[in-house]
Design a protein around this ligand. Sequence first.
Ligand SMILES: Nc1ncnc2c1ncn2[C@@H]1O[C@H](COP(=O)(O)OP(=O)(O)O)[C@@H](O)[C@H]1O
Ligand SMILES: [Mg+2]
Length: 236
Amino acid sequence: MVGESGSGKSISALSVLRLLDERHVRYPTGEIHFQGEDMLKVSEKRLRQIRGRKISMIFQEPMTSLNPLHTVEKQIGETLALHKGLRNSAARKRCIELLELVGIRDPESRLSSYPHQLSGGQKQRVMIAMALANEPDLLIADEPTTALDVTVQKQVLELLRDLQAKLGMAILMITHDLTIVRRYADEVAVMEQGKLVSMQTPKPCLPIRSIRTHASCWMPSHPMRPWRSRAPPSPC
Ligand SMILES: Nc1ncnc2c1ncn2[C@@H]1O[C@H](COP(=O)(O)OP(=O)(O)O)[C@@H](O)[C@H]1O
Ligand SMILES: [Mg+2]
């Protein structure tokens, strides 16, 4: 899902899990379907089962989601206890497996680390491990790499792609970076002013050209360089 800052990407993603405060939010029209259920109609009890178990979410800034006062083991362990009933040695074993899965080196020694003892990339990996703890069918990643430097960004994106194939889950990736779209997306949804304005399949070849019509509407006003001044995409 792409669109300029403020176009409603995060709001749409949060709506899928009904995480917005419903004292202030209304859904006057439309439906949100997930595995045959309309998320706007299911009960609060059912929503709690789906959140974290069938659909997980990772955010742009890991520090807003990681508790600075808890160790890595405690943060991942809470999710495992809540949804899987795992505790003590069984939870610890699963924590280590998850840290290995997301490519954290020497995972056993990392269990007792606090967030401030981890690099940006490691924190984002821990966030991904927490999101994967219950093997979700859908992972929503809201600009998961924007806060990371370019090299780590690539590693995390490659990790997500590998995990998607390995675990057979779907990923809704939210980004404003068209290079990421071109490299990773199977389908592209373009948001503008709170509305979904197009839905396209960019692959297999020269995908970016097809989304440029919409992209050119918003890229010039974006703080990044205007799309037209960039080098054209190389053929695939
Ligand atoms: N469908 C909508 N209806 C009403 N307001 C919206 C809608 N989508 C977005 N907004 C408003 O726009 C702001 C920015 O949306 P957000 O989803 O955070 O944008 P993005 O993630 O694309 O940067 C929100 O805080 C909200 O006030
Ligand atoms: Mg956002």
